[in-house]
Design a protein around this ligand. Structure first.
Ligand SMILES: [Zn+2]
Length: 411
């Protein structure tokens, strides 16, 4: 929306739909009161059908497309060398300051919807409310509070320790009472917590089922962190809604994709959120890690885009790297673009809200140079981000991110 509340007609040389992928020349999107009122080719725009004053912003040689969705972030981790050390040494006030900055960074990267999958003290809920009210700038946030974990288990320092079925149910209810949007459970150990083991399951199958049963009963989806095969299998059997990481990690750090488990994932309604980022790309490029994403996609699993932004060396401003990594891991660009928009919205229960440029949905859109449908790298530098109708012009990125050879990138 225009600062004066006037509806804005955004026009550009190209408009990209991602579901399915198709480009419209000379496209326009009319945003009124945070909602898309009209989308289409400009020659078909009928001003008479939209009475009252309209502001127009002609973006010229850019591509308008749906705002991006990051299904896995941590606003309270700083993406530096020791995010856990910082989180555990900071006061709640310091954490909130960092979380607001992280939210703004995500928005600058073109992310208009994000799921925070682990924060302490319901600080994520407070930040979500500030963004909803317009007090702070950020993407639409879905919050999970403290992930449920066993005593001393992965991310125990966020405050979600539970060790039996009753404790798990009580924690889910407490989270619901405090206003979280979904439940996160640590099905296996993880890398950021000493004493926890990524390839080992943390909960029993019954405990995981109790978590899912209670969450679903309260109308909340469940995201399960899982690296090792046992933890993936148990989370799937428990009926979680998204499998986070789903790396098929073995004790020696290698990836061993279990074909039967992949088939079961593909046959189930679950979505896989593989948390790709610059770190993962480096590991893939050096041959030290093989991503299961290509095989999961080929076998029919439903992949959504996510980054784990905030964990070690993973900036909240680097979303595009995740999409490039998905492509490098074997997903065609069309599937990657859907994973970043419409499919992610579906996985998060937001397909009637965002993820596509359609009249009636939220005015979540970005404008980028070049053509994302032929080169995902253009997504590194959004020129305009509109989130629920609020307009943001991203600051230029640090020089290290600029590639002079990038097609369509203006100096
Ligand atoms: Zn995470």
């Amino acid at each position: 929306m225009h600062p004066d509340g006037i509806p804005v007609l955004y026009t550009a040389d190209r408009l990209l739909h991602t579901d399915p992928v198709r480009t419209i020349a000379a496209g326009g999107v009319l945003a009124r009161g945070g909602v898309i009122e009209w989308v289409g080719p400009m020659p078909e725009f009928d001003p008479g059908a939209h009475p009252g004053p309209l502001a127009r912003e002609d973006l010229g040689d850019l591509t308008l497309m749906p705002g991006l969705i990051d299904a896995h972030v941590h606003l309270g981790f700083d993406g530096g060398a020791d995010p856990v050390g910082r989180m555990t040494s900071e006061s709640d006030v310091q954490q909130v300051i960092l979380m607001l900055a992280s939210a703004r960074e995500l928005l600058e990267a073109g992310v208009t919807t994000a799921r925070d999958l682990g924060a302490r003290g319901y600080l994520d809920v407070a930040v979500r409310r500030a963004v909803d009210e317009g007090t702070a700038e950020g993407p639409r946030l879905l919050t999970a509070g403290a992930p449920l974990t066993v005593t001393g288990g992965h991310c125990w320092f966020m405050g979600g320790e539970v060790d039996d079925e009753d404790g798990a149910r009580r924690m889910v209810r407490q989270h619901h009472k405090m206003g979280v949007d979904l439940i996160k459970v640590m099905s296996t150990g993880g890398y950021m917590t000493s004493g926890s083991t990524p390839w080992r399951a943390q909960f029993t199958a019954r405990q995981l089922r109790a978590v899912v049963e209670e969450a679903h009963h309260l109308g909340k989806r469940v995201a399960a962190h899982c690296h090792g095969i046992d933890g993936i299998r148990q989370a799937l059997a428990a009926g979680v809604d998204t499998l986070e990481h789903c790396s098929f990690m073995c004790a020696d750090g290698s990836t061993e994709v279990d074909p039967e488990l992949v088939a079961a994932i593909a046959a189930s309604p679950v979505y896989v959120s593989p948390t790709m980022n610059s770190d993962v790309r480096t590991a893939m490029a050096s041959g030290t890690w093989v991503s299961p994403v290509g095989e999961l996609h080929r076998r029919g699993a439903r992949i959504i885009a996510s980054t784990d932004a905030g964990v070690g060396h993973t900036s909240h401003r680097d979303y595009a790297a995740a999409l490039e990594a998905l492509e490098e891991a074997g997903m065609p660009i069309d599937a990657v673009l859907a994973a970043a928009t419409s499919r992610a919205a579906e996985a998060l229960g937001l397909d009637a809200v965002t993820g596509r440029l359609v009249a009636g949905l939220s005015a979540d859109l970005i404008a980028v140079p070049g053509d994302p449908a032929s080169d995902l790298r253009v997504l590194r530098s959004p020129r305009l981000v509109v989130a629920r109708g609020r307009r943001l012009v991203p600051r230029p990125r640090a020089l290290s991110h600029v590639e002079p050879s990038l097609t369509g990138l203006r100096a």
